[in-house]
Design a protein around this ligand. Structure first.
Ligand SMILES: C[S@@+](CC[C@H](N)C(=O)[O-])C[C@H]1O[C@@H](n2cnc3c(N)ncnc32)[C@H](O)[C@@H]1O
Length: 300
């Protein structure tokens, strides 16, 4: 099953099916950003199934190969995943998956941490509350599209306290003592309102008004869409759940493709994306595609 939504110069196509099968129908080098959260190993078995941790890498590899094919050389793949605890130890399938991704041709460029800032305290006999998840960044090439200014954040309290009394070291470039090649010059931030964020994202989980047990907060895909795409680019979520990435893409006027196996979640995703299109400023106007076709005499 497939649903299309279009307005202005962007569109969304949502497929119901196994993402491996649907991905095989998509053209090479056509997607600017893949952002997704596949089912975690053996978790949420009762809602949408799970894959045994020992089989996770084998299960994901064919999809990883198809994703590599459909991504543009300038594109980025953001994979949200976290290893579970098995028999008192963290399982190593995420680490093994990273190695396998490199074997099939992906570059492991970066890792972001999503700190779930609203998670409540908790303790188990030998560990505390797990309140962060990995967002692994993979690329096809070392040079990829990245719009860092699009995710700048207000300087805030850090600037007020840190920049008030600058030391002599703060006023000159301080080269890294660990030989990383990175240096800092704190004084260059005086008088600025905005700064670049770090690779730790402090975002709350959204639990209200959600019908999927593991939905992204809207803020999460939105942040990566701003960072790695421009207006009109194409975003893909092959495990879209209730369609949060496609809703974020629509709100940011990017085109999107979403794929979901489960019929109920697919229906939710269609309703959510439809709603996002209805709120778009260009909703109801003829799409750019139909205007172009009409001007070229292509409509019936
Ligand atoms: C972690 S959830 C994604 C949630 C999503 N990020 C959101 O915001 O709603 C993973 C989803 O992948 C779907 N899924 C599992 N196997 C799939 C497959 N082979 N192809 C497509 N979707 C699949 C599940 O039904 C589930 O909804």
């Amino acid at each position: 099953m497939m649903m299309d939504f279009t307005t202005g110069s962007f569109s969304s196509t949502l497929y119901q099916g196994d993402c491996f099968d649907v991905l095989r129908t998509l053209p090479d080098n056509s997607v600017d950003l893949i952002v997704t959260s596949p089912p975690y190993a053996d978790q949420r078995k009762s809602t949408y199934g799970g894959i045994h941790p020992d089989h996770y890498v084998e299960w994901f590899t064919p999809t990883a190969v198809e994703l590599l094919r459909v991504l543009k050389p300038t594109g980025t793949f953001i994979l949200n995943i976290k290893e579970k605890v098995v028999n008192g130890e963290r399982h190593t399938y995420v680490l093994q998956l990273i190695l396998r991704m490199r074997e099939v041709g992906w570059l492991w460029t970066e890792e972001f941490m999503w700190h779930k800032k609203n998670s409540h305290p908790g303790k188990w006999p030998n560990r505390f509350r797990d309140n962060w998840e990995r967002l692994l960044q993979f690329n096809k090439e070392k040079q990829f599209a990245m719009y860092q200014d699009a995710v700048m954040v207000p300087m805030g309290k850090w600037a007020e306290s840190r920049l008030r009394n600058l030391s002599e070291t703060d006023k000159r470039r301080d080269n890294s003592r660990v030989g990383s090649g990175f240096g800092k010059n704190v004084s260059k931030w005086v008088g600025r309102d905005m700064a670049y964020p770090s690779n730790v994202l402090h975002m709350a989980t959204e639990t209200s008004n959600k019908n999927h047990s593991a939905a992204f907060p809207l803020e999460l895909p939105s942040w990566f869409i701003k960072l790695f795409t421009g207006a009109g680019d194409l975003v893909l979520d092959p495990f879209m759940g209730q369609g949060t990435s496609c809703v974020a893409a629509t709100q940011l006027q990017r085109s999107s493709i979403g794929i979901e196996l489960n019929e109920e979640y697919y229906g939710l995703a269609c309703a959510n994306v439809d709603n996002a299109f209805k709120q778009s400023p260009t909703y109801g106007q003829p799409s750019l595609f139909s205007v172009l076709n009409e001007s070229q005499g292509l409509t019936e």
